[in-house]
Design a protein around this ligand. Structure first.
Ligand code: PAP
Length: 320
């Protein structure tokens, strides 16, 4: 409630036929359900030098990155990842519930499990609490082709919302309207391209602090990036671990196929009873590169490609 005056003064745009508004804050658009938390963590979050942030815009590989990073950093704490170790957190909770989400979970109490350095955020680089940068915290950013990101977002809305507080919205969803909002940057945490560029520039300026990944690369050679993540997060795989295939095992356990078949991810709910409630299965769908071909018209494809070209021009970054 503390920040309602600030929020009331922000530019806003109607979402989902008036179901609620998104607000523009510091150059990005946010849903009202996270905005208070964002302003609050910007004011009072206390980063530790050892914190490692998993950063992403929505629908770009967040769930997968959380699962992989969590499995890597906790591999000596939880007894392996064998199929008969039913106690491992990844077998009992959606990856989102294994890694605290900065702008929601760390708002009031700054308490993190001291043995688990990971936290996650969808915040753009420019809106991160300043102490995260000044303390030199490590960050891993994942991005994805904007066309697949939009398509994933579109399917997510229809899978996540039913049965929750926004059930009534599902009938009002329109592909055309969502597409326009994605293109004009007003879907949550948008503009997507600016989000990516913020972390891209940070990764060039601070390569030791920011590891920049692409979903498509992670799909192409997951094992290579699991090893890279281990090194970057200060926990490289030892020769003994390599001999017993520890990195390979993490790749396998965190695969879409494995995670999506777990009971908790088929039937469980994330943040049940809150405005951010969603069905766990909505975080796992096809995981395909190029799935946009199954939804976007040639005109839509052209439109996103044009925006991408304009936005990335001169940045040195390309999605391909
Ligand atoms: P979030 O921002 O709501 O957390 P996020 O995890 O970033 O969503 O994106 C979901 C996408 O990641 C889905 O893509 P799709 O809609 O194109 O299928 C989902 O299938 C994919 N995904 C989730 N888990 C994995 C995984 N283990 N491996 C590969 N892709 C995954």
């Amino acid at each position: 409630m503390k920040y309602q005056e600030i929020i009331a003064s922000l530019p806003k745009k109607e979402r989902w036929s008036g179901a609620f508004y998104n607000y523009e804050y510091q150059g990005f658009w946010f849903s009202p359900f996270v905005l208070e938390g964002i302003i609050s963590v910007q004011e009072s979050f206390q980063a530790q030098t050892s914190d490692i942030l998993l950063c992403s815009a929505p629908k770009t590989g967040t769930t997968w990155l959380k699962a992989l990073a969590f499995a890597i950093v906790t591999r000596n704490r939880f007894d392996g990842l064998s199929d008969n170790n039913n106690n491992h957190p990844l077998f009992n909770a959606v990856p989102h519930d294994c890694v605290p989400f900065l702008e929601v979970d760390l708002v009031e109490n700054n308490k993190k499990d001291p043995e688990m350095p990971l936290l996650s955020t969808h915040l753009p680089f420019s809106s991160l609490p300043k102490c995260i940068i000044s303390k030199g915290c490590k960050m891993v950013y994942i991005c994805r082709d904007p066309k697949d990101t939009f398509v994933s977002y579109w399917h997510y809305l229809q899978r996540a919302l039913p049965g929750g507080q926004h059930d009534h919205v599902v009938k009002r969803l329109s592909l055309g309207t969502e597409f326009e909002s994605f293109c004009d940057g007003s879907t949550y945490y948008g503009p997507y391209w600016d989000h990516v560029l913020g972390y891209w520039k940070a990764s060039i300026e601070r390569p030791d602090n920011v590891l920049f990944l692409k979903y498509e690369d992670l799909k192409r050679d997951t094992l290579f990036y699991v090893r890279k993540l281990g090194e970057f997060m200060g926990q490289p795989f030892t020769a003994e671990e390599e001999r017993r295939g520890a990195a390979e095992r993490i790749v396998e356990v965190c695969s879409l196929q494995k995670l999506s078949r777990l009971e908790v991810n088929k039937t469980g709910k994330h943040r049940q009873g809150t405005p951010m409630s969603s069905n766990n299965y909505s975080f796992f769908r096809r995981g395909m590169v190029g799935d946009w071909k199954n939804l976007l018209t040639p005109e839509m494809q052209r439109r996103i490609d044009e925006i991408t070209e304009q936005k990335l021009h001169g940045s040195g970054f390309s999605f391909s």
